[in-house]
Design a protein around this ligand. Sequence first.
Ligand code: UDP
Length: 243
Amino acid sequence: MENRLDVLGVGIDKVTSQQALEKIGEFIASGQPHQIVTANAEIIYQASKNEKMRNIINNAQMVTADGSGVVWASRQLGEPLEQRVTGIDLVNSICEQSAKDKWKIYILGSAPGVAATAAVNIRDKFPGCNIVGTHHGYFNAKEEKQILAELEQLKPDVLFVALGAPKQEYWIADHLADLGIPVGMGIGGSMDVLSGNVKRAPKWMQKMSLEWLYRLVIQPTRFKRVLALPKFMLAVKKQAKQK
Ligand code: UDP
């Protein structure tokens, strides 16, 4: 966990969005497999209670602070992070860079049709973005074999996995090294946003760190998940006191 900010036992890299993108470029150039986790407050809280998940995150080659809750935690802990680096922002900047450097991207996950629609929208937004394939995230064992075979054949540089946390983190940890894909990143509900199925909060709400509230209002089923936030905050306060 050297050089990482320790939040409830989970190491967070002190990187800006720009530095994260540069690191991704280096990962791809190296050809070696690298797992990226965009850790939000909910994921960190889950991982603080779940050793398997915590180990996977702490062994990942890059872990970013996904959301204002984590930036808040960094201030409480006396090591303020410069900014948050969210999953969706990183997805956007990787796609933009792919249009320039021709990085091959494969998107696995979300409901049938969602990743394919998102791919069309992404190519519209970043003409030349090199998305080489998509597959939905509700596959059985037989389909999973076909997906693995397709990935071996297409050899993408970047694999986005949208199966929700921690399923996507487990899937990447299980398969990335065998597949020899340089960058594997869990992206949660990003494709739901990029496909246009779920709208992102208005800019003013994002700026006021109220994106979680917006998501709660449009998807009330998330209520239970949002309850992790006060628990996360209490646990961080406790950690800060022990420092
Ligand atoms: N998902 C999937 N397969 C599954 C479970 C979930 O493809 O077995 C997808 C789901 O359709 C959604 C994403 O995984 O697109 C998880 O989104 P969520 O909003 O939970 O992500 P987060 O809040 O973690 O960003």
